[in-house]
Design a protein around this ligand. Structure first.
Ligand SMILES: NC(=O)c1ccc[n+]([C@@H]2O[C@H](COP(=O)([O-])OP(=O)(O)OC[C@H]3O[C@@H](n4cnc5c(N)ncnc54)[C@H](O)[C@@H]3O)[C@@H](O)[C@H]2O)c1
Length: 362
């Protein structure tokens, strides 16, 4: 159970597959009070309301926003619905945390971020990979200087898990893996190595019957001189299935870090090699293999509430996420034209006019 200093009344919009994790996480945060749920499907809205121990269930967002006094909404719908939902939140000046991908394309993502900024309303993107404990541990090890200056990284999400069983809409999505999980791994690359100034990407559609690409491999050149290889695949038949784990290697001038299967982190610092168990903290509602993702949902929600209470800019604010989204868009551009793209020059994104300094969880 996590203690929040400021009690906050929230509503969850979209009570489908992934929202069950959001609802369970909110239940775990003392001071977070989900008083309403909303889904176009009444049964789902009611089930969501039950999951938080009795909220009011709505099927009409406008009615919910008119009727409830909300400190925030948590939007867990798919990307093509985000802009219309955000418009209504901005109109009612309700702060919002919203699932990735923010929009179907960068132009839509910019409109969403600018709409909330113009209304003066906080916005955070539920970009949860960097909040997963194993990935946070890699970042902390890097930050401590244990491997010197990072020069090379590999960030991989490769699986043969049937993602279409629980998320059938993915089979119909034109922009599939770069947008769906590429956005996470590209964000991890930014998180660990900073902004990229060049990106080359290849993609392919392997599984029969799907609309978009289900394999992507990108090479990024970072402003600090480091190179990263970022790869994801939904049709990867490796001997050990490790869904939904992300494997990471970072090499530096004085050592390296490996995040290996089953949440083992191995660090070489100088001549010393150490092994660390970086399994996620067990939660009573979390279930393998999803537990690292589920724990990260809790950490994201905690971070959002803390920022909301303290008036700080979240680590993955709308403006920050545009820098990640720019990598997604650059990857599609690179796939299309077969060339490397400079993500910083091919598209202009707005800077946060009121950056108050990021709050970074430990
Ligand atoms: N971060 C992660 O690890 C992770 C994992 C899985 C899914 N996701 C993201 O979560 C989001 C939701 O995915 P999902 O698989 O749960 O989708 P889903 O289709 O199962 O659920 C979405 C729900 O939103 C409802 N909805 C749509 N428009 C609405 C509106 N205007 N008002 C109220 N309800 C509305 C739908 O009826 C549906 O029940 C997606 O953006 C997906 O990418 C993130």
């Amino acid at each position: 159970m996590t203690e929040q200093t400021v009690p906050a009344r929230g509503a969850v919009i979209g009570c489908g597959f992934f929202a069950a994790n959001h609802l369970a996480a909110w239940r775990d945060i003392t001071g977070a009070n989900v008083i309403a749920t909303c889904d176009l499907d009444r049964q789902k809205a009611e089930l969501g309301a039950e999951l938080v121990g009795g909220a009011k269930a709505y099927t009409d967002l406008a009615e919910m926003l008119r009727s409830e006094q909300l400190d925030f909404v948590d939007i867990v719908t798919t990307m093509e619905t985000h802009e219309a939902i955000i418009d209504q939140c901005a109109e009612h000046a309700v702060p919002a945390i919203i699932q990735k991908p923010l929009a179907p394309d960068l132009a839509g993502a910019i409109r969403i971020v600018e709409r909330m900024a113009a209304a003066g309303v906080p916005l955070m993107i539920h970009e949860n990979f960097r909040f997963q404990r194993p990935i946070r541990e890699v970042w902390q090890t890097l930050r401590r200087g244990a491997i010197g200056r990072p020069v090379y990284a590999e960030i991989q999400f490769r699986t043969n898990h049937d993602i279409y069983a629980k998320q059938p809409y993915l089979a119909e999505t034109e922009r599939l893996i770069i947008s769906d999980v590429g956005v996470h791994v590209l964000d991890v690359a930014r998180f660990l190595l900073g902004e990229a100034t060049t990106l080359y990407c290849r993609a392919a559609s392997i599984r029969p019957g799907i609309r978009g690409e289900d394999m992507m491999s990108a090479v990024l050149g970072h402003a600090n001189g480091a190179t990263s290889i970022v790869a994801a695949c939904y049709q990867s038949k490796r001997p050990q299935e490790i869904f939904p784990q992300c494997l990471i290697t970072v090499e530096g001038t004085a050592g390296s870090i490996e995040l290996r299967p089953d949440y083992e982190m191995v660090v070489r610092s100088g001549d010393e090699v150490t092994r660390h168990d970086v399994n996620p903290t067990p939660l009573d509602w979390a279930e393998p293999p999803w537990h690292a993702v589920q724990e990260s949902v809790l950490r994201v929600n905690e971070h959002w509430l803390q920022c909301l209470g303290e008036g700080k800019t979240p680590e993955t604010s709308g403006f920050d996420n545009l820098k990640t989204f720019r990598l997604v868009e650059a990857a599609y551009r690179s796939v299309e034209n077969g060339h490397a793209v400079d993500p910083t020059t091919f598209a202009t994104i707005p800077e946060d006019p009121a950056l108050k300094g990021r709050l970074t969880p430990g």
